[in-house]
Design a binder for this molecule. Structure first.
Ligand code: BGC
Length: 548
């Protein structure tokens, strides 16, 4: 990776990103709450994963009714997590270790406890009233869907102080900002500038599609919203090196691609269309869902790419898949009704895959070799489980497991004071799944992942190479090449639980020799005949096609 201070707008092309929930990561002062100093202590651990950036879930003052996505002060640090000096220290230490730091930028809404809304509630004429979207009745913008249908019956909530309804796309305690008001646009660009000036390397822009509303539309991805997002990009481009913008826009491919603009909007967008298909392909043991979504992947403007992920702090959303696929995934992955939330599944990666290491390696192999950046979620590297007894998405946000000691080494506080619980259930107990134990064991998933991230990161073909699907008649085999100049890397995946033959037409590379990328084993030279790989259950292989 480039050092954080080297020039060039594409420093993120070979990035692997590690997502951290600070409150649950490491408590430095024994108050039971993970904090910024605790995260700073662990910078070495994150660097040794081989990742290039750490993305922090919201760290700002907030009543925390949506875990910090309900912000009450955009320019502060939540006192539970530390101080602004702690944040500066984190930035310095991360940068010194060669890691970039990304934060969430929550543009769409504030907390109802934000001073703007507290004043706005008194009605027209009161300061900041026009910072929010009001209506005398809840009938406007009927075409906008409800994003949290398990919790909110409407996108409007009545405010008795002014006898008006206010608009919100998420929880009712998160009023949407009114982007038609130029003051709001200016304020939010100032917020972004504030953090960029401090040295933040980029933003994961939360809920990007919903900034503007227009009657008769779904109020998502409107041209006005894109125009504002381009302004935000313009701001990021004024920094050297340019700062990174990643869109959280849970949209279908044809809509999602608009968030890249003409290369003048987001540098990256989370690949929401791919994510559920990865699980579908593994559970159905079929390559087809992946081939379809990869063929439908729109071409991106230069300098743009996908951010691929398996799991994150939210539910595995199934909003953009067909009803049939949604039912399949619900039946396969969420037999326990408690696992279902809104239009998705609130489980961590390991329980989702019933602890199947081969399947999980396969999934990581995919996001580390398809074009784009891979985003990892804290704890998945140590096979962390979840806690379905907790409400909403809290079950996937439990304490990081560092050791087999007290509170899994997360905190020295008495267990009853922990801000987030530690997973105790027998199957995923922290005594068996923690960094210390996994670190020592060469065969652990943690060490496997470190090796794979390293192999991925040192090879420019994964960062900049194009991709071509290699036809294969076998329904369980997915094969593609990554290509850069004359170099080619063949990637073959067996989605089946059984050994399978992968018979591939490799004649375009006739004369070359496949050399396996990890162990460097040489395979027979490619000739005219179809080429056979014997693939173990849920296995994958990366082979450089060497000219000899
Ligand atoms: C975040 C969620 C949050 C929502 C509302 C999402 O996109 O990822 O965790 O609840 O935005 O802010």
């Amino acid at each position: 990776m480039n050092s954080p201070h080297s020039p060039g707008a594409s420093w993120f092309r070979d990035l692997v990103i590690y997502e951290v929930y600070v409150r649950a990561f490491r408590d430095s002062n024994g108050d039971g709450i993970g904090d910024l100093k605790g995260l700073t202590e662990k910078i070495g651990y994150i660097r040794d994963l081989g990742v290039g950036a750490v993305w922090l879930l919201p760290i700002f003052p907030s009543p925390r009714r949506d875990d910090g996505y309900d912000i009450s002060d955009y320019r502060g640090i939540h006192p539970d997590l530390g101080t602004m000096d702690d944040f500066r220290e984190l930035l310095d230490r991360a940068h010194a270790a060669g890691l970039r730091v990304l934060t969430d930028l929550v543009l769409n809404h504030t907390s109802d406890q934000h001073r703007w809304f507290q004043s706005a509630r008194y009605g027209p004429g009161h300061p900041f009233h026009d910072y929010y979207v009001w209506s005398p009745n809840p009938g406007r913008y009927r075409d906008a869907r409800i994003i949290f249908p398990d919790f909110e019956p409407s996108n409007w909530t009545f405010e008795p102080l002014c006898n008006l309804y206010y608009w919100h796309r998420f929880y009712h305690h998160q009023p949407d900002l009114n982007y038609d008001n130029p003051e709001v646009r200016r304020e939010m660009l100032d917020v972004a500038r504030f953090w960029l000036d401090m040295g933040v390397d980029g933003f994961r822009v939360d809920a990007a599609p919903y900034l503007f509303e227009r009657e008769g539309t779904p109020c998502e991805g409107l041209p006005e919203t894109h125009a504002f997002l381009r302004e935000l990009r313009g701001l990021c481009d004024r920094y050297q090196p340019a700062r990174l913008l990643i869109a959280e826009a849970n949209q279908r491919p044809s809509e999602l691609v608009k968030y890249f603009g003409a290369g003048d909007e987001f540098h990256m967008a989370f690949d929401f269309p791919l994510m559920p298909r990865l699980f579908q392909a593994v559970r159905a043991e079929k390559a087809q869902p992946l081939e379809e979504v990869l063929r439908a992947r729109p071409a991106l403007p230069a300098g743009c790419q996908w951010a691929m992920f398996l799991r994150n702090h939210d539910e595995l959303t199934l909003e953009t898949v067909s009803e049939e696929t949604r039912k399949f995934l619900w039946d396969e992955l969420a037999q326990d009704p408690r696992a279902r939330l809104n239009m998705g599944i609130r489980r961590r990666l390991w329980p989702l895959m019933n602890g199947g290491r081969r399947q999980i390696e396969l999934l990581h192999g995919l996001i580390l070799s398809l074009p784009g950046c891979a985003v990892l979620y804290y704890g998945d590297e140590i096979e962390m489980g979840d806690d379905l007894s907790l409400g909403d998405r809290d079950g996937v946000r439990t304490a990081m497991q560092w050791t087999m000691g007290v509170n899994a080494g997360f905190s020295a506080a008495p267990a009853e004071k922990l801000a987030v619980p530690v997973v105790h259930d027998a199957e995923y107990h922290y005594a068996g799944r923690n960094v210390q134990s996994f670190d020592r064991r060469p065969t652990s998933f943690l060490n496997w992942l470190r090796r794979m991230v390293k192999v991925h990161s040192v090879d420019p073909i994964f960062a900049g190479g194009g991709m071509r699907l290699v036809p294969c008649a076998h329904p369980s085999i997915l094969a593609f090449t990554r290509e850069l100049g004359d170099a080619a890397m063949l990637c073959v995946f067996n989605l089946s639980r059984y050994v399978q033959p992968a018979v591939l037409d490799l004649t375009p590379w006739k004369g070359r020799v496949p050399v396996e990328e990890i162990g460097k084993a040489w395979f027979p030279q490619i000739g005219e005949a179809p080429y056979l790989f014997t693939m173990g259950p849920h296995s994958f292989i990366w082979c450089r096609l060497e000219s000899v």
